[in-house]
Write a protein that binds this ligand. Structure first.
Ligand SMILES: C[S@@+](CC[C@H](N)C(=O)[O-])C[C@H]1O[C@@H](n2cnc3c(N)ncnc32)[C@H](O)[C@@H]1O
Length: 279
């Protein structure tokens, strides 16, 4: 955070922790010399706010990783992003959904991070979802004039901001599996875990099974590093049995937040999220 303000990254995803950043930061107590490790870095919003000097940031989504590597090595700047979004945004305005699909097909052939950014910021709800063959398949947000000047400027400022944070530090972005991130962790390091939620966010790259969740709990218990897990605990309909079964020896800190189904105030639903931290 900068002056109490949360740094917001240029990409979005399901389960993004922007709203929970102050709560997470309040509970993290780490050795500043150690390595900050995120095996499920997603949009990077937690790292961008914690701002560790040294970090290993891993994700199975190679496009997120390529985007941040590009920002890190200076090939993707706010100027490059502006030119790309203005050019393709104008064509989107002219041709609407048909152009979105053309960009999506192009991305599914070329895998380029700027195309990924374009799709992520003009698709339905900023979702990230791939089909079984690894093809991005989120529909259009249905707003042809999506990339208006103010919106492009906002995205460019986000690229600029995260660029300043990344370039001033010793950070490694790595495309890989979460297990890779655990390999060299030592007792001085801090691992922040934000895995897909079992039974809730199954639309990420591949699936997240009960077996994966159990295996992650085993790694988290075996490593000598400090570990903090973000997980939902319960809503009005059900409890997360997995959390009670595999993480009950960690210290739990609760945070209640609300999500909406539709626009009505009566459709406001509470959800309890926890941080489970190794004792
Ligand atoms: C809940 S999101 C993380 C959100 C992130 N903390 C944020 O606020 O943006 C989970 C992430 O795990 C990644 N992921 C899913 N399965 C994975 C795996 N087997 N190995 C590494 N990353 C994986 C997804 O691509 C996704 O970015």
């Amino acid at each position: 955070m900068i002056d109490g303000k949360v740094v917001v990254p240029p990409i979005k995803c399901q389960g993004i922790k922007t709203k929970l950043v102050p709560f997470i930061m309040q509970h993290i107590d780490r050795n500043e010399e150690g390595l900050w490790i995120e095996p499920f870095v997603g949009t990077g919003v937690v790292a961008f706010n914690v701002k560790p000097e040294r970090a290993l940031l891993v994700d199975k989504n190679q496009y997120i990783i390529k985007l941040y590597q590009g920002i890190q090595n200076g090939t993707i700047t706010s100027k490059v992003v502006r030119e790309f979004l203005e050019y393709h945004g104008a064509l989107l305005e002219k041709r609407g959904a048909e152009y979105y699909i053309e960009m999506r097909n192009a991305f599914n052939d070329n895998g380029l991070p700027l195309y990924f950014l374009f799709l992520n910021r003009s698709d339905f709800n900023g979702m990230i979802r791939f089909n079984r063959s690894g093809k991005f398949n989120v529909p259009f947000c249905q707003k042809p004039n999506r990339f208006q000047k103010a919106y492009v400027t906002k995205i460019c400022n986000q690229v600029e901001k995260v660029g300043e944070i990344i370039r001033g530090r010793d950070w490694t972005f790595k495309h890989g599996t979460w297990q890779d991130a655990f390999n060299d962790a030592t007792e001085d390091d801090y691992i922040y875990l934000d895995p897909p939620y079992i039974g809730r966010d199954t639309s990420y790259v591949g699936e997240w099974s009960e077996d994966d969740a159990v295996s992650l709990a085993n790694y988290a218990h075996k490593t000598t590093a400090n570990v903090c897990l973000s997980m939902w605990r319960e809503n009005e309909f059900r409890k997360n049995e997995h959390l009670y079964n595999f993480w009950s020896d960690f210290s739990w800190y609760d945070c209640e937040h609300f999500y909406h189904i539709g626009a009505k105030e009566s459709n406001r639903h509470p959800m309890i999220e926890v941080l489970a931290i190794k004792k």
